[in-house]
Design a protein around this ligand. Structure first.
Ligand code: SF4
Ligand code: SF4
Length: 324
């Protein structure tokens, strides 16, 4: 049987040889923000702890670094408050709801600042917390990216909790259910997808990541994946699933209008650059954070996070608003 390859994925994971070990230069002559419709966005890790322990979690236990102090949270909030223009703050973890400061302090502060508030969550929070979240973010909620992990959650109760959130949020809020396309559990993922769509939610499949790239799916597993996400080339092209694409060589405004803020206060241009110890923008607790003055040309051979692409940070990729 001919081995099938995932579309757009390059096996070499790391900076391209020409600029290895160097900070990619900022391109002069380009505007400081993408010259097309885009949504400036910070992905903020509000805590490092998670109440789940998924076998495929790429955030290994030693990186689950607990909770930030109130002072560290306040330093991050001050930084976010000072960002120029209208930004979306997408909160991640760990699990954001696992932090006591999340509903008591972080979400109210962000909403009061006028930011668009989004979150990535495993949706294990009880209904009363979800109602409170919807109330606090009413009219300012961008997207809830709810990850369904079948190792810890059942489809029915999960969808009931998401429906509670949808019922209590403004009509402008969006909801998507993420699922990792776990190679040996694809039948269960397919079944869950049917339930998710029957409940009126959007399903978003993600190829399983392993250290250094994407899990090496067998041809048979890729056929199953295709049955779930549709034609693999089309899914990569339309970004209807996360196929871990590469945008090597394209102009990218991460670091200028998108950044990743860790609970330590460190800010990085994007997740891949952080993995290569490049693109550090500063720390909100110490000397502060400096945004890049323009784009770089992407030197990396995998772009596993969908947010920069969907917020319009990457040349040739249309923004999709606060989509996931
Ligand atoms: S819910 Fe997310 S962060 Fe928590 S263990 Fe699972 S994959 Fe990791
Ligand atoms: S966000 Fe993606 S395209 Fe931009 S620099 Fe990072 S890996 Fe490259």
């Amino acid at each position: 049987m001919t081995l099938r390859r995932l579309p757009l994925i390059d096996d070499r994971v790391g900076p391209s040889p020409e600029i290895e070990d160097d900070e990619p230069p900022v391109l002069g002559g380009d505007p400081p923000a993408p010259p097309w419709s885009h949504q400036p966005t910070v992905e903020w890790q509000v805590c490092g702890l998670c109440n789940y322990d998924c076998s495929y979690c790429i955030q290994s236990k030693r990186y689950r670094v607990g909770y930030p102090s109130r002072e560290e949270v306040d330093a991050a909030l001050r930084f976010l408050s000072g960002l120029p223009g209208s930004w979306e703050v997408k909160m991640t973890g760990g699990e954001p709801f696992a932090s006591r400061l999340f509903l008591d302090h972080i979400v109210p502060s962000l909403a009061a600042d006028g930011h668009i508030v989004s979150t990535l969550t495993n949706l294990s929070a009880p209904e009363r917390q979800l109602r409170r979240f919807a109330e606090l973010t009413y009219g300012r909620l961008g997207i809830v990216s709810a990850s369904l992990h079948l190792e810890f959650a059942e489809v029915g109760p999960f969808l009931e909790r998401l429906a509670v959130l949808r019922e209590n949020a403004a009509a402008s809020a969006r909801f998507v259910v993420n699922m990792v396309l776990v190679p040996d559990r694809l039948a269960a993922v397919a079944e869950a997808k049917r339930a998710i769509e029957a409940a009126g939610f959007r399903f978003f499949g993600q190829m399983m990541k392993v250290k250094g790239g994407v899990h090496p799916y067998t041809p048979e597993q890729l056929q199953e994946v295709e049955a779930i996400v549709g034609d693999l080339e089309a899914a990569a092209r339309t970004r209807s699933a996360n196929m871990a694409p590469a945008y090597t060589g394209r102009r990218c405004w991460t670091g200028a209008r998108y950044l990743v803020l860790l609970q330590s206060g460190d800010a990085w241009a994007c997740r891949t650059s952080r993995r290569h110890d490049q693109g550090w923008l500063g720390n909100v607790n110490h000397a502060g954070v400096s945004l890049r003055e323009g784009p770089i040309r992407c030197p990396y051979t995998i772009c596993p996070c969908t947010v920069p692409a969907n917020r319009g940070m990457i040349e040739g990729l249309e923004a999709r608003g606060s989509r996931r």
